[in-house]
Write a protein that binds this ligand. Sequence first.
Ligand code: PNW
Length: 451
Amino acid sequence: PALNIPANSAIAQPEFLMGVATASYQIEGAADEDGRLQSIWDTYCDEPGRVLHGDTGDVACDHYHRWEADVDLIAGLGVDAYRLSIAWPRVMDEQGVPNAKGINFYKKLLDALKAKGVQTYVTLYHWDLPQHLQDRGGWASRETAYAFAAYADLMSRELAGKVTAWATLNEPWCSAYLGYGIGRHAPGVTDLRQTTQALHHLLLGHGLALAKIRANDPGALRGIVCNTGVFGPQTDSAADKDAAYLAYVQQNYWVFDPLMLGSYPKDMFRLWPGTEPLVLPGDMETISTPMDFLGINYYFRTVVETDGKGGYKEAPHSDKVERTQMGWEVYPKGLTEILVDFNARYPDLPPIYITENGMASDDSVSDGSVADPQRIRFLENHLMAVNDAIKAGVDVRGYFIWSLMDNFEWAYGYERRFGITHVDYTTQVRTPKHSSLAVQAFLQQRKRPQR
Ligand code: PNW
């Protein structure tokens, strides 16, 4: 059966782009092949206690060797577009010399997708920073922003004409806060001073990269992908409401204000006093360079309460709400709320694509099939939440499911399964879950409307 989406809704029209998404470190494997350098995630995975069960991306979904079959899988779904990322450590060496073998992998992949009529949304940085740059300070160092611009320059020259849309970064909030603030992601640093400086350098690198992409591949769209989230107060107290507001600022405006308005929100530094980053003249203009699209990732709502010190903390989990395998609350309305809020706050908001949305569940294969009814409902309800935002006047052009297939879920290793395709990590067999069949049926129906 197809996704239960009314045929006359905006999101069921053929102009609304439907896609699936992945990221290099989470699926490729082949960690030591064809001159790939070490990345910060290789290093992080090798540190005891960082990743569940000591899992690593060394093999992952072995996509580096199975890409042709995976392209068939993508095309077979009937999606309009595929979102992938390039592994920076594969495509240039420590001196910045291009690595033809690594670059060729992406050329072949992009050509095969194009041949099948699948549009390509390519993210340059989905968290796999070359370790040699981390050894010089990583994103806390301004040098890394310039190194990223050089990498973007090379890629947009090499792959010009093969890419529908370029996204510079994936979720700079995660890179900065999870990577440098609480240490839950590579490089595992816990220092708020470095956190705000890292975000500034990520955004600066983004702005510098936009100019390179425009010069080298003027026919492609240019944007960025950022994560978002909504927050509810634990009680109606003024302190808990302020906590929810500050959490929302930290999660959303800290990243989107500099991009859309050219300034950091003052309330960030009420939350984290004394952590203002060093900003050089011209930086904010570079960061707020206009874009062709904004990629928004949305997953869940968090309930927070005051920490008694002018900040917030997560409230104990209520058992009254639906949750996923991640423990994340299922809250489709939050996606509408975010889109409507951004549309009101940012006068020059470009067209939006939902570049990730989806959920983890503990799926297993039985009799050759994988039942994931919670995911089917999740996708239907979040697509309808996008539809509500469109009806409210927000320009949303597409939606990508996270993820095409189960993969390496960062600190949770292989234990969390976000795919609409099941992956057996012993045999590498891919099995479409029921959600995948429902998406496929929806897409077929959409292209040939019944009269
Ligand atoms: C995103 N959080 O990560 C990433 O873009 C994907 O690579 C990842 O697999 C997917 O969402 C599912 O987690 C996030 O803690 C990781 O708020 C953590 C958070 C948000 C997004």
